[in-house]
Design a protein around this ligand. Sequence first.
Ligand SMILES: O=C(O)CCC(=O)C(=O)O
Length: 334
Amino acid sequence: MSTQRHQAAPARFLEDANAHSSTIDEKWAASNEQWWDWYLSLAHNEAPPPGERLALPPLPALPPIPMAALERELDEDYPLPQAGIEQFRTRGYIKLKQVCSAQALLSLRRELEALLASASATPGVQFQSVEMLWTMAPLSRAFVFSRRLGRIAAQLMGVEAVRLYHDNVLAKLPGGGRTPWHYDAHHYPIASEKVVTLWMPLQPTPRAMGPLAFAEGVETWRRFAALEFSKFDDSYDRQIGETLRRDAVAVEDGPFALGELSFHHTRCLHTAGANHTQRSRLAFSTTYFEDGARLVDSPTMISGDYEKFVQDTGPGQAIASPLNPVLYSAAGSR
Ligand SMILES: O=C(O)CCC(=O)C(=O)O
């Protein structure tokens, strides 16, 4: 693989404390919101298509879902077929249809739009994130504590009980660029392969809006295990994209219908396209890990400000702080 550094687009939003050397073995020096600003600037972007951004039909005007109805919906078992579990374990991801109702998802979208409107936004950055939603917003909390969703995560990983690593809303605004290729095990400070992330879009998400996209194969990351991660430019993302294309690795980058969501394994290579539409692409994301998993010995700067998600836990200790509640247990206590 060749590094075409002369063509690389430089990263932005890196604090001086992280900019002195090329190592990632240091603490992230800014907020998680700034982490996302920096991280998105590591993506290689082609020029946007000419002309107006795509106009989309209005979202269905459904009334807010009553909390009791939402809790009932989010408590019910989802019939996950064994073939789906096997697909997740070999391909590294699964997309599931009709997991949540349009009314529940659009109610959550409204809650999150209000939070995003009052959150800080970096001028010139078409991406916004808010984390720890479960601590501040009731519908978000109901989704994070959903037995239906937690049970799917546990079944996919084949574990008895799952805990929360973090939740967030990821808003890619009209004109927002790509999310770089990555796999989460490279980021998360969790010493376990039993980690899975739910990505749940809060509108119908056509390809032009930048749905999450997955490279086939839970082992595909190994091709890039020796590739040097650059914190200064888009070379890492660019080389992964070029290699996947050159080697004709299949990429699932299709649309998501409203109610469809995905779960991806911590080793699944994924990306997301740019948003070429006139609507913000909102996705609600929750990361689950196997109860009993420990903090890695040496978190890196690409873990971001992880201590916001894992309180008072030292290297090698089990992650079980009050910020990491059990979200589902087959034994039934949740
Ligand atoms: O929403 C995005 O653009 C990226 C999300 C992502 O990478 C993830 O949830 O793991």
